[in-house]
Design a protein around this ligand. Structure first.
Ligand SMILES: Cc1cc2nc3c(=O)[nH]c(=O)nc-3n(C[C@H](O)[C@H](O)[C@H](O)COP(=O)(O)OP(=O)(O)OC[C@H]3O[C@@H](n4cnc5c(N)ncnc54)[C@H](O)[C@@H]3O)c2cc1C
Ligand SMILES: NC(=O)C1=CN([C@@H]2O[C@H](COP(=O)(O)OP(=O)(O)OC[C@H]3O[C@@H](n4cnc5c(N)ncnc54)[C@H](OP(=O)(O)O)[C@@H]3O)[C@@H](O)[C@H]2O)C=CC1
Length: 503
């Protein structure tokens, strides 16, 4: 047993390194620290009874990576790294000026260097309404599944990753999908890609979601009693294929039935009784193509959209993004926070306070990024940041210098939507490029969609849907910023083997 930890003043336990959070960022950070300092105890303080471990890591290309994520009991992590001590208790308070953390179970820990990896929580359209569900961790996903099993119609609000996955995965239940934008999937796609994907959702499609054969999300050695986290708000985030193994089926026999309401937001949520009163008192009750008047049943809850339509449903899923988990345990510390509420970190994952680092969903990258990288709260970035934060902590502790990790050179994400492989690279939606850019497209209906974003003859980003086999070549072209003007449209000519072109 390594001998780093010892009792400090007032019964506090002293250790050189502490990490808060048992999600991908925190566990990766603790593992890397444990490997770098085998004779030190590394404290991993986490509110969740299980931790998330990266397994089967595969570097697909220079920056694209795939891995499986396993929910494991913390004892497995301690077995792999005997110098990691998992403390299963929420952090109640951080006193950064004293280098101390206080946990819910009444203990105190003194650290030399700390990394905060407490993740994020769903940003719901309304808090405290029992008919509005968010999906973040295993418990909230199970609550969703349970409610869905009794449901005939749900309203999904939001147009990002979770909404995209849900509308495709849910079967036997009508879905009203309310989006702010003109086209689906605004966080990942433009209107062209959305058009390509849409046929997969067309009314009452008979196609069942196909089992995903990619990244796996599994639980290992987890006992039944482990399933409920200590606090209902503090489980770690789900990730790729979280829906696998969950039976996402409503009460009806059809497969998909998705109705999309574009360019609208939720104006009001009405309980059944409030809705009945509104109907009785209002002379100007809004009429729409599919408002409640067409329904014969009374629903438990009603959603009034800003386009005037009202939909009754069993419940509402708010898939409207996340907010970093900084309250209440960080209150009283003077952290600089970003516009999105995350702890600002510099290029060494350092927050604005001495000896406190942060990684994963809780942080906001506040360094000057590479022109083709941006932060997105994703599993891959949580892993990369956790790993790099540990390297930075080690370098600082040893008085060494460190260069920015290569993974922050290029934004690269590989995932699956509507059972298509999706790769997004660089400024795939021309984010921040203004009007000075061009798009090139290649699309074969039902097969592939390829879009590249060009600026001054250089490739700045790409969206690849389907088995395009172009990711490595395009990754290289974005990274090396070669002038491609001479190639023109040949870049996407399917008759030219582009890989040979640039070898
Ligand atoms: C439904 C869903 C699907 C997703 N799908 C994908 C996907 O396909 N691909 C992808 O790349 N990303 C996906 N993501 C995003 C990805 O899961 C997250 O970006 C990533 O897991 C964040 O990891 P993290 O370690 O920063 O935070 P988390 O996983 O949220 O971990 C935070 C940890 O901190 C602990 N904690 C919180 N507060 C305290 C406290 N006060 N004291 C002690 N411990 C505390 C929690 O218990 C938890 O262990 C998905 C997210 C969701 C919700
Ligand atoms: N396969 C993958 O890679 C997946 C990744 N994830 C990740 O998990 C996290 C959580 O996912 P998710 O919740 O979908 O978050 P996202 O950030 O992906 O998407 C949130 C969506 O909700 C919209 N929105 C925000 N506020 C409102 C509002 N008040 N009313 C209506 N719409 C609103 C946003 O629009 P706008 O952008 O205009 O604000 C955006 O379309 C994200 O970090 C996501 O990247 C999740 C699932 C799958």
């Amino acid at each position: 047993m390594p001998g780093g930890a010892m009792a400090g003043p007032g019964g506090a336990v002293r250790g050189r390194f502490a990490v808060v959070g048992g999600g991908i960022a925190g566990v990766t950070c603790a593992e890397k620290l444990a490997a770098e300092f085998p004779s030190e105890d590394i404290f991993l303080v986490t509110a969740s009874p299980v931790i998330k471990a990266v397994t089967n890591f595969k570097q697909v290309s220079k920056t694209l990576e795939e891995f499986d994520v396993e929910e494991q009991p913390s004892s497995l992590l301690e077995k792999r790294y005997p110098n990691i001590r998992v403390i299963q208790s929420g952090v109640k308070q951080l006193k950064s000026d004293e280098h101390k953390i206080y946990t819910e179970d009444g203990k105190e820990y003194i650290y030399e260097k700390l990394c905060l990896c407490a993740g994020a929580k769903p940003k719901l359209i309304v808090e405290g309404n029992p008919y509005v569900l968010g999906i973040r961790d295993t418990d909230s996903a199970q609550a969703f599944q349970k409610n869905l099993a009794q449901a005939e119609r749900i309203v999904v609000v939001g147009n990002g990753g979770i909404a995209l996955e849900l509308v495709y995965e849910v079967q036997g239940c009508e879905v009203i999908w309310a989006i702010k934008d003109k086209a689906i999937g605004n966080t990942f796609f433009d209107a062209g890609a959305a058009e390509f994907l849409l046929p997969k959702l067309t009314a009452e499609s008979q196609e069942s979601p196909i089992e995903c054969k990619r990244t796996k999300y599994t639980t290992s050695g987890r006992k039944k009693k482990d399933i409920t986290p200590a606090s209902d708000k503090l489980g770690s985030a789900l990730g790729p294929d979280w829906h696998e193994g969950l039976h996402l089926k409503g009460t009806k026999e059809f497969s998909h039935k998705v109705h999309i309401e574009i360019l609208c937001e939720v104006k009001k949520i009405l309980l059944q009784q409030e809705f009945i009163q509104l109907q009785q008192t209002s002379l100007t009750f809004p009429k729409g193509e599919k408002n409640v008047e067409a329904d014969e049943v009374l629903w438990p809850v009603y959603v009034e959209l800003t386009n005037g339509k009202i939909y009754g449903c069993n419940f509402i899923v708010s898939a409207t993004g996340v907010v970093p988990n900084v309250e209440p345990f960080l209150d009283g510390n003077n952290f600089a926070v970003g516009e999105d509420g995350g702890l600002k970190v510099d290029k060494h994952m350092h927050t604005s306070l001495p000896d406190v680092f942060a990684a994963g969903d809780i942080c906001t990258a506040a360094w000057e990024p590479s022109p083709v990288w941006h932060q997105m709260r994703l599993w891959t970035q949580a892993r990369q940041m956790g790993w790099y934060a540990a390297k930075c902590m080690a370098a600082e502790a040893l008085g060494e210098s460190i260069d920015m990790d290569f993974s922050f050179e290029l934004f690269a994400h590989i995932t699956k939507f509507f059972n298509y492989k999706v790769v997004v690279l660089g400024k795939y939606n021309a984010q921040g490029l203004g009007s000075e850019h061009e798009l090139m497209l290649r699309c074969t209906k039902g097969h592939e969609y390829v879009k590249v974003v060009m600026q001054n003859g250089r490739m700045m980003g790409a969206v690849l849907i389907g088995e395009t086999d172009l990711e490595e070549t395009f990754e290289n072209l974005i990274l090396n910023q070669m002038d491609l003007s001479a190639y023109g449209e040949d870049l996407l000519n399917p008759d030219i083997d582009i890989e040979d072109y640039f070898d």
